[in-house]
Design a binder for this molecule. Structure first.
Ligand SMILES: Nc1ncnc2c1ncn2[C@@H]1O[C@H](COP(=O)(O)OP(=O)(O)OP(=O)(O)O)[C@@H](O)[C@H]1O
Ligand SMILES: [Mg+2]
Length: 347
């Protein structure tokens, strides 16, 4: 007997086909709005113009639904230094398309640092313990998605996995298939957006870009050259990964270091998120200029937005918690800075 979900999916398929025959509109099975997804991404991920452009291109192509169906819908590698928004981008995109970040299948590749961990993805080979159970870190349902929504997979921090583990993914990236070692089950990634993140090459590329920020290059108005940047990145990636692996990636997107000029916007994003959490207790908080300056003032770009988050957690949240506990009836708070100390008081 078919599962109720299969029946619903089949009905959707028939509905779409008959609707497009009646009104002459072109049928696309996908039910998500690329523009809405991109708008959410732009409010949550500050800067990273290359990423916004390439995700927008990809979402429109996927939605148009003319892919071959013989490989994943998209394969992206996000490269950049720590705390610049690589993982967060995939979370926000999943939220925009599937309703919640928990709907993606996330594999933390740093847990697969030794070659025998390949079995964590492909299952144990025949004759080994667990081979019959088809144990794998992949969540079948999240990978395969549904008729109207793609699945989303994130291989996070791929450079930390062993080369053998990365090699096990070659077929996934190419033909969208992964046969589990026991030979009894095959995973299908052809309705799936695949994202990978890595820090590889970020340091070299940032070093190259920094040369143009001062000295004679700046004086003469020289700018970093795109082909040279690509060369540096490719060189670093090729040192780390097999050429076959890199060759199967549709798009490599470089995430820039988050300079001072982005901080105020990132702080606003963090405050919106904090206020969302506080709204559960019917409470809100505002920051005056001195408090904002205190939080963004000592930013170290090497640590990305995580540094700012840490300052919020270490300096703002404890003060807010104290003020909340001292005055449980108050619903509106203001943070301000006095003689180098952050203070939160009822507004
Ligand atoms: N560009 C950005 N805009 C807004 N917030 C950001 C941005 N980049 C990072 N953040 C914030 O910093 C946190 C950490 O970012 P994220 O996990 O995406 O870092 P990452 O680039 O994956 O770094 P790592 O290589 O260390 O994993 C996020 O949860 C988010 O709150
Ligand atoms: Mg990350």
């Amino acid at each position: 007997m078919p599962f109720i979900n299969d029946v619903i999916e089949d009905n959707k398929k028939l509905n779409d086909e008959s609707k497009s025959m009646l009104d002459g509109s072109r049928a696309t099975r996908f039910r998500f709005d690329p523009d809405q997804a991109i708008a959410l991404l732009k409010t949550r991920i500050i800067g990273q113009a290359d990423m916004h452009d390439s995700i927008a291109d990809m979402l429109h192509v996927v939605k148009a639904d003319f892919g071959s169906g013989e490989r994943p819908l998209a394969v992206f590698l996000f490269v950049g230094s720590t705390g610049v928004g690589k993982t967060e981008t995939v979370k926000v995109l999943t939220e925009a398309i599937l309703g919640s970040a928990s709907q993606m299948c996330r594999i933390d590749m740093n847990t697969l640092a030794q070659e025998h961990y390949t079995a964590a993805l492909t299952g144990a080979p025949p004759g080994y313990v667990g081979s019959k159970e088809n144990h794998t870190l992949f969540d079948f349902e999240k990978i395969e998605g549904t008729y109207s929504k793609p699945g989303i997979v994130l291989f996070d921090e791929i450079e930390k996995s062993s080369k053998e583990v990365a090699r096990a993914l070659l077929n996934v990236l190419d033909s969208g298939r992964l046969e589990l070692s026991a030979g009894t089950k095959r995973l299908n990634f052809n309705n799936c957006l695949i994202f990978m993140t890595s820090n590889e090459g970020a340091r070299e590329l940032d070093g190259y870009r920094r040369k143009f920020e001062s000295g004679w290059r700046k004086y003469l108005g020289h700018r970093p050259c795109r082909t040279k940047e690509q060369e540096i990145l490719n060189h670093a990636l090729q040192k780390k990964f097999d050429l076959e692996f890199i060759n199967r990636i549709d798009r490599i997107v470089f995430f820039e270091e988050l300079g001072h000029h982005f901080l105020d916007d990132i702080l606003s994003v963090e405050l919106v998120m904090l206020n969302k959490r506080l709204a559960r207790h019917q409470v809100s908080i505002k920051l005056d200029d001195t408090a904002r300056q205190y939080l963004v003032g000592r930013h170290d770009p090497r640590f990305g937005a995580r540094h700012l988050r840490r300052r919020i957690r270490a300096h703002l949240e404890p003060e807010l918690a104290r003020a909340l506990n001292a005055d449980p009836g108050c619903s509106s708070f203001l943070a301000t800075c006095h003689s180098e100390k952050l203070i939160v008081c009822p507004d």
